[in-house]
Unconditional design. Structure first.
Lengths: 211, 307, 528
């Protein structure tokens, strides 16, 4: 069956199928990140105070800015999904571009943070000059920080690629409603990546606030 | 490698008999079940082979009562086996009061043993018969597993922590000591013998090869060699926690927790001094990671225990 | 025109989106790895024929058993039934024309091949010696072999598992033919569904765990090495959280095959269909809660040990139900001992022995003696080789006419099944005794007192090898020269038999009727 031949009911069926596939995929992602969160809590439980001290060395205002950027991008993504359902090509294009740009902005801020942390000598193994209390825990903290935010950034990069690709295809397409299944799936993925960040943010930036 | 003369494995510890009792009970039970299932299947296969004249009217496709029965009966039996296994298991880890202590440190690819009086041996473990022994197990490198088949006991040696087991040898003789967790090239050659001796003979053996001092005395020497006295001596001008009488005592920590000063605590305090800082003290102690070997640590613990 | 004649170019195979062709691509690929792992096994058993380490050195031996484990677990057993028979049959059995995501399906095969190349590269460079379990800190700090390369292979192949599982879940949810309700699905499809859930939920845990291990090895920072403030037991918990359910990835599909074959050749509806379906789900669910029974002597708390022991007995109950129900299915049947049936009955027997000896290992105190010995080796080979591989061959023969459109030589196939059954028992039964006598696993030398049992085991292995080579020869022959197969040579009831052999590209020329319930066999109507 070619995509063009799909009737409206067939399109809806296809869209639900793709959504289910994306949900199952996100389930694997939950387990994938679950390992990292488990590792985080295991190490943190071993030395809670060391974690508090380590988290003083991240740039919490940059982290907060990034949280705001990503939450905004989720909003524009949600509107993009609605625009696709309503077959509103112009709005869809605009919203997808905004979403992708916000994603790029997030990566830019994240890169700045990595750069600052490199200058502060907080990168375990490569450039680690921390000499205060709890040095081992601080090293573990930053190990987890780079791995977890790094894996998140990789996911976000894939998301930006998917959004951009859908924007390109929507540009050439008269009936964007035909892309509804793909755009809905990308939307689910985007929100998931956002939710992961919503968990990462307090775990790395707000450790001391509730002590 | 010598092996016990008997074809079947000798049972040479108190726990061995109990573990064998469970093992052979399970063997009888599972053997019975396996044979019963095989017989029933065989009878069906013969009786209902294609072309036989057997009655095939009204074949059942389900019988709720039967299915519930053969779900719940195994469940009850399984819970029984679980309770039996768990009770014997717990007894292996029960620290017997007044048990003599032996320390075993795994290292690629040997077991180093140290007795409380300081006598050391490699790949051999001498033990007195009918005396409960607490074996404390550590490792210098990778995971090993301390395995004495004749005693039916096995315990992994895990980097960074102490593990242990309690065992009471019941038969004089020589038994195999093995490593049962894969640890690299010579894994298969790691190990030696456990030699169980009559009590008097063991006491003599223990005394004759003893070095100048007990394990605690060697610990004292190590204590001085590593420079611990510089701060922890009561006369020291530096402010460090008093160590006399520390072992087994409750310690209040800076972050409000209270811990019992056991082997693991002392080990951590030497290697990771910033992890559990005693209340009222500055976290100024350096880590002795890389300077104190697992053997040194065990001696230091013995020294502090004797203080 | 069948799916086989739809195109003859290499590209029409390598880039196909047809689930049937993909099943065949997988079958070819895993056969290569089965024999690679088999060569390693042969060398291991040859070495162990004598107590001294005389055939290969200690390091080579360690690399051999690691290669055997890595290849057999991840490149043969896990994809064995799901990716070959599962890919071929799931759409046919539920009356679908394709899987939900055909492009992801061929992608998963390519990912498998890529993962396989990593393993071949590891082997060519000089191998890996950590054991398939990759325990830290040996793997991170001490091994001088190609650990990261091997882990990368396992990591990559994991994504092929995930994509296959994802495809099956969505296919079974969304693509069932009208009338094919959940409780009209064949048990093979239920087994595939449960297996897919495990693939999707457990595999990512392994992938991330191995990633962390590899990072720690490369950079010397991480969370598993105590010298760096980490915890080696954390690795074991994460590893077994995947690797215990992985056993059910291997054995649930085998149970599905056995249910299809036994009902067909006993001409009986499966006894207690609903209980069988629930048992499959129960095994998959409880399978996630028992990983700690691999760690009773690892230094985890004894209370954790007790919880895991109790839960392990819970997972044994549905397994017992399945064995009882297969046996009861034979009652008042009309039993024909064709080759697939011999394989399936062999599966039930060997799985039963493997399962019953699992009761020993779940009993805490007994496990203290038996864990890390040959008793464990024998136990899991009974489940994974005696169980899964027997069922795989049973399924291969049963659906061979459907897949290739040709019959296999029946007598040779029966002989091969019996040779395999006998060879298997001779190889692995002595290992139970070796384990009780205290022979640890992964030893390349052992006490001369244990030689008799080891020689028996090695002799059995050579018979087993013959058993495995026979189908390779006669099935290859049958592929080109076998008798033409009719649409339904076994007079079986599944939807896959309602189409031609081999099926057309879109599976069905006309949509088949969905029966009321599966397995509507009647033992009194004996097929001609």
């Amino acid at each position: 069956m070619s995509e063009q031949a799909l009737s409206a009911s067939g399109r809806e069926w296809r869209s639900e199928t793709v959504s289910l596939g994306m949900w199952v995929f996100l389930l694997t992602e939950v387990m994938f990140f679950g390992v990292l969160f488990l590792a985080y809590f295991h190490v943190r439980h071993g030395d809670p105070e060391g974690f508090g001290i380590a988290s003083r060395h991240v740039h919490e205002w940059l982290g907060t800015l990034n949280t705001a950027i990503l939450l905004t991008s989720s909003l524009s993504m949600a509107f993009a999904v609605r625009a696709a359902a309503e077959d509103d090509r112009k709005a869809l294009l605009r919203l997808l571009i905004v979403t992708a740009l916000l994603g790029v902005a997030f990566l830019g801020v994240k890169g700045t943070e990595y750069f600052l942390e490199w200058n502060d000598g907080l990168v375990p193994r490569l450039n680690f000059e921390y000499a205060g209390p709890h040095p081992r825990t601080v090293a573990e903290f930053f190990f987890l920080y780079f791995v977890m935010t790094g894996v998140h950034a990789v996911h976000l990069t894939i998301g930006i690629g998917a959004v951009a690709w859908n924007a390109l295809r929507a540009r050439r397409d008269a009936h964007v409603a035909r892309r509804e299944d793909a755009i809905e799936a990308v939307g689910l993925y985007w929100h998931f990546v956002d939710v992961i960040w919503v968990f990462l943010y307090p775990l790395f930036y707000l450790v001391l606030l509730y002590r | 490698m010598t092996h016990p003369p008997e074809w079947l494995l000798p049972a040479a510890s108190e726990g061995a008999g109990r573990i064998d009792a469970l093992f052979f009970s399970l063997l009888a039970l599972t053997g019975f079940v396996a044979v019963a299932i095989a017989l029933v299947a065989l009878v069906f296969c013969v009786k209902y082979r294609r072309g036989s004249a057997a009655d095939r009217s009204d074949p059942p496709s389900q019988l709720k009562a039967l299915e519930i029965a053969w779900s719940t009966i195994p469940l009850v039996i399984f819970i029984g086996i679980f309770v039996w296994g768990a009770r014997v298991y717990a007894s292996l880890y029960q620290p017997a009061d007044g048990a003599m202590k032996v320390f075993a440190v795994g290292k690629q690819w040997m077991w180093r043993i140290e007795h409380a009086n300081g006598r050391r041996e490699i790949d051999e473990l001498h033990l007195p018969v009918d005396e409960p022994v607490r074996i404390v197990i550590a490792t210098e490198d990778v995971i090993h597993s301390f395995y004495i088949p004749a005693f039916r006991v096995k315990q992994d040696a895990v980097p960074g922590r102490y593990t242990g087991l309690t065992v009471t040898p019941t038969r004089v003789g020589t038994y195999e000591l093995l490593c049962s967790e894969y640890c690299g090239t010579d894994h298969a050659r790691m190990g030696g013998h456990v030699i169980v001796m009559p009590k008097a003979q063991f006491a003599k053996w223990l005394a004759e090869g003893a070095p100048a001092g007990s394990m605690a005395a060697q610990g004292k020497a190590t204590f001085q060699r590593l420079g611990c006295t510089g701060c922890h001596d009561p006369r020291s001008s530096l402010h460090a926690p008093e160590l006399a009488g520390l072992f087994g005592r409750a310690v209040h920590l800076q972050d409000g927790r209270t811990v019992i000063a056991d082997e693991a605590y002392i080990r951590d305090s030497i290697l990771l001094p910033k992890k559990d800082v005693v209340a009222g003290f500055e976290p100024v102690m350096p880590s002795y990671q890389g300077q104190a070997s697992e053997g040194d640590l065990l001696e230091l613990i013995a020294y502090l225990r004797a203080q | 025109m069948s799916y086989l004649t739809e195109g003859f170019t290499l590209g029409s195979w390598l880039f196909t989106k047809d689930h049937k062709r993909i099943g065949i691509l997988y079958a070819l690929a895993i056969t290569v790895f089965f024999f690679l792992g088999g060569i390693a096994a042969t060398l291991i058993r040859l070495e162990l024929a004598t107590p001294a380490g005389d055939l290969v050195g200690a390091d080579t031996y360690n690399k051999l058993f690691t290669l055997h484990g890595v290849v057999m677990v991840w490149f043969f057993l896990i994809p064995s039934i799901p990716s070959t028979l599962g890919n071929f049959l799931v759409p046919l059995m539920i009356g679908a024309r394709e899987v939900a995501f055909p492009r992801l399906n061929i992608l998963s095969w390519w990912i498998y091949v890529l993962g396989g190349l990593f393993v071949v590269a590891t082997l060519v460079l000089g191998g890996v010696d950590t054991g398939w379990t990759f325990y830290t800190p040996y793997s991170t700090m001490f091994s001088n072999s190609y650990v990261v390369m091997a882990a990368a292979g396992v990591f990559v192949v994991g994504f092929s598992s995930i994509l296959t599982g994802l495809n099956f879940i969505v296919t079974i949810h969304r693509m069932r033919a009208p009338g094919m309700t959940w409780f009209r699905m064949p048990l093979f499809v239920w087994a595939m569904y449960a297996t897919s859930l495990i693939l999707v939920l457990a595999t990512p845990v392994l992938a991330m765990t191995l990633t962390l291990m590899a990072v720690e090895r490369l950079w010397h920072v991480g969370i598993f090495d105590p010298a760096l403030g980490g915890d080696p037991l954390l690795f074991q918990h994460l590893f077994w959280f995947y690797s215990h359910p992985a056993v059910y990835i291997m054995v649930l599909p085998a149970m599905g095959v056995a249910s299809e074959v036994i009902t067909c050749f006993a001409r009986k509806r499966v006894f207690g269909y609903r209980f069988m379906a629930y048992a499959i789900l129960g095994i998959a669910g409880f399978g996630f809660l028992v990983w700690g029974h691999h760690m009773f002597v690892s230094g985890q708390s004894i209370y954790a040990g007790m919880v895991f022991s109790l839960l392990s007995y819970m997972v044994a109950v549905p397994s017992a139900i399945k064995v009882f129900n297969w046996t009861a299915t034979l009652y008042k049947g009309s039993i024909e001992f064709s080759a697939p049936m011999i394989y399936a009955l062999g599966f039930v027997g060997l799985f039963t022995i493997g399962g019953l000896t699992g009761l020993f290992l779940a009993a805490l105190a007994v496990d203290v003696h038996l864990t890390d010995t040959y008793f464990v080796v024998a136990h899991f080979h009974y489940i994974m080789v005696g169980g899964t591989v027997m069922a795989y061959f049973g399924g291969l023969h049963f659906w061979w006419p459907k897949v290739t459109g040709r019959m296999y030589p029946e007598t040779l196939a029966r002989v091969a099944a019996l040779v395999m059954f006998f060879g298997f028992n001779l190889t692995f039964f002595p290992q139970y005794i070796l384990g009780y006598l205290g022979m640890p696993r992964r030893y390349h030398e052992y006490s001369p007192d244990l030689q008799l049992l080891n020689v028996l085991s090695s002799a059995g292995a050579s018979i087993l090898a013959v058993g495995y080579l026979m189908p390779l020869a006669y099935l290859t022959w049958a592929m080109f020269h076998g008798k033409r197969a009719p649409s339904n040579p076994w007079h079986a009831k599944g939807l896959e038999w309602a189409t031609t052999s081999p099926p057309p590209k879109d599976n069905f020329d006309a949509m088949p009727e969905v029966p009321r319930v599966p397995y509507e066999y009647d033992p009194r109507e004996t097929p001609a």
